[in-house]
Design a protein around this ligand. Structure first.
Ligand code: 2M8
Length: 415
C-alpha cells in the first residue's frame, strides 16, 4: 500500500483519494516507519520535504509536486511558487527532525546527519524567529496543528467573521464524509485565514499582528521541544559541542514555558493558549498527553496527566481517544476517534518517561485495531470501525514501526 501511495519514486501521498500531494508531518511519520526496513526510501521522503523548504527556513504543510484533482485548497488557491515548487503557505509540527535521528539510528550513516542537520536547524530557527512569543511557538491556522477541527480551536474560530467565502470543497465526495469531516462552519474560517495570509503575502511580521488565529498549540510546542532535543543529539554526534548545548538549552526554555503557562490543573492536562485573546483554551485533548513525548511534565503534573489519560482517554475499547469532553463525537475527525500518529506520539512519550507497560498497551491496541480493520485514517474507539480514508499512509508506516519485533524505544538516547 505504501508503495502504491509513493509518487515519482520519492514521496508518499497520505492517501490517494483524499490527499493526493505531499504533506509535511505525514512524510515525517512515514519516514519513521520506513527507517528500519526501507531506509533509502525514508531518506528520499525527507529529501523531498527539504527540497521544498522556503528561503526563510519554513518547510510547508503541503507540497504540490504534480497536478492532481480532488483536493481543496489546491495550488490555485494558495498561489505560491518558489524556485519552481508549488506549496501551501503554512507549516505543520516539526516531526521531521525526529525522523532524521530515527533514520540515523537505524542506518548508523553519519552522512544522514550531515545532509539534514542544516535544513533542520534552519527550520527550527524559523520557528524561533518567526513563530514564537515568550519561548512558546505559535501557529496561525488550525491546519498547522494537524488536529484541524479540535474543539480547542472553537472559541478562537467563533471570534472570526468569515463572511460567505466562495469555494468548493472536494473532500465531501468520500462516503460518509458529512459525518466524519469538519463542517462548513470550520471550512469557511479555514478559507478566511488562508486568504487573509495570502493577501498579506505570507508576511509573518504583518500576520503576527493581524491574524485572529495565533495559538500556542500544546502539541506543536511539545513536538518542537522534542525536535530541539533531537537536533542537539545530531550536533552531539557530529561533534558540535557548542550547538549541542545551545539546542538543549532552547528545548529547556520552551519546556519550562509549557510547564509554567499551559498547565490546567482542573483538567489534569496541558492546554493551548490563544495569544490573540489572551486566554487558555481549556479542552481535554490528546495534544496535552503528547507533552510526554517532549519530556515536559514535572513529577506532579505527570502523575495527574496519567490519571487523566487512564480515566478519560483509555476508557474505550481502544485508546487513545483524541478528545474527551462535551463536544466529543467518536466518529468525527479530531473530536474523539483514535488516530495512529497521536498513539505513536503518546506511546513514544510514555516510553521516554519510563512507563513501558502503558506504552505497550497503546501499541498492542493500535496493532489489533489495524489488523482487524485495515489501514484507516482514524477509528471509532468503541466500535473499532474504520473512518476517513481506508488506505492511509502513516497508519501503515507506523504499523511497520511497531511490528518490528526488535522494537526498542529510540527515545532513550536523547535524554
Ligand atoms: C488533515 O488535514 C488536511 C489539511 O492539512 C485536510 O483535512 O485537508 C489532518 O488530519 C492533518 O493532520 C494531516 O496531515 C492531513 C493529511 O493527512 O490531513
Amino acid at each position: 500500500m505504501l508503495e502504491s501511495n509513493r509518487r515519482e519514486g520519492s514521496y508518499t501521498v497520505p492517501s490517494e483519494d483524499l490527499y493526493p500531494f505531499q504533506w509535511n508531518w505525514d512524510s515525517a511519520f512515514i519516514a519513521v516507519g520506513l527507517a528500519k526496513e526501507r531506509p533509502e526510501k525514508a531518506e528520499k521522503e525527507l529529501e523531498s520535504l527539504v527540497e521544498a523548504q522556503w528561503d526563510n527556513g519554513m518547510i510547508p504543510q503541503i507540497i504540490f509536486w504534480q497536478e492532481a484533482g480532488g483536493y481543496f485548497p489546491g495550488p490555485g488557491e494558495w498561489q505560491i511558487e518558489r524556485d519552481g515548487v508549488k506549496t501551501s503557505g503554512i507549516t505543520q509540527p516539526p516531526v521531521a527532525v525526529h525522523a532524521v535521528t530515527e533514520l540515523y539510528r537505524e542506518t548508523g550513516e553519519e552522512s544522514v546527519l550531515e545532509k539534514f542537520a542544516g535544513p533542520m536547524e534552519r527550520y527550527l530557527e524559523w520557528w524561533r524567529e518567526e513563530r514564537s512569543i515568550d519561548d512558546l511557538v505559535y501557529v496561525r491556522h488550525p491546519w498547522e496543528t494537524g488536529m484541524d477541527d479540535s474543539p480547542a480551536w472553537e472559541p478562537v474560530m467563533e471570534d472570526i467573521e468569515p463572511g460567505s467565502p466562495d469555494y468548493e470543497r472536494e473532500d465531501l465526495q468520500l462516503e460518509d464524509a458529512e459525518d466524519e469531516r469538519p463542517g462548513d462552519w470550520d471550512y469557511d474560517r479555514y478559507v478566511y485565514l488562508l486568504r487573509q495570509a495570502r493577501e498579506n503575502d505570507w508576511d509573518e511580521n504583518t500576520l503576527r499582528e493581524l491574524s485572529p488565529f495565533r495559538v500556542a498549540d500544546v502539541l506543536t510546542n511539545s513536538i518542537f521541544v522534542r525536535a530541539c532535543r533531537e537536533l542537539s543529539y545530531i550536533h552531539r554526534q557530529l561533534g558540535n559541542t557548542r550547538k549541542e548545548r545551545e539546542w538543549r538549552r532552547k528545548a529547556e526554555e520552551t519546556a519550562e514555558a509549557i510547564r509554567d503557562r499551559l498547565w490546567e490543573s482542573e483538567l489534569r492536562n496541558f492546554v493551548s493558549y490563544d495569544f490573540a485573546a489572551g486566554r487558555k483554551l481549556r479542552e481535554n485533548t490528546v495534544a496535552g498527553l503528547a507533552s510526554l513525548y517532549g519530556g515536559i511534565p514535572d513529577a506532579d503534573q505527570e502523575e495527574k496527566l496519567l490519571q487523566n489519560m487512564e480515566k478519560n482517554f483509555m476508557e474505550h475499547r481502544y485508546g487513545c481517544a483524541t478528545y474527551s469532553g462535551e463536544e466529543q463525537d467518536l466518529d468525527r475527525y479530531w473530536r474523539g476517534p483514535v488516530w495512529i500518529n497521536t498513539n505513536w506520539l503518546v506511546s513514544e512519550g510514555l516510553d521516554y518517561r519510563g512507563h513501558e507497560t502503558k506504552a505497550e498497551r497503546i501499541r498492542e491496541q493500535s496493532i489489533e485495531l489495524i489488523e482487524e480493520n485495515g489501514f484507516s485514517e482514524y477509528f471509532n474507539p468503541e466500535s473499532a470501525e474504520p473512518r476517513g480514508s481506508d488506505r492511509f499512509s502513516w497508519t501503515a508506516a507506523l504499523y511497520l514501526y511497531w511490528l518490528d519485533e526488535s522494537y526498542t524505544s529510540s527515545s532513550m538516547s536523547t535524554q
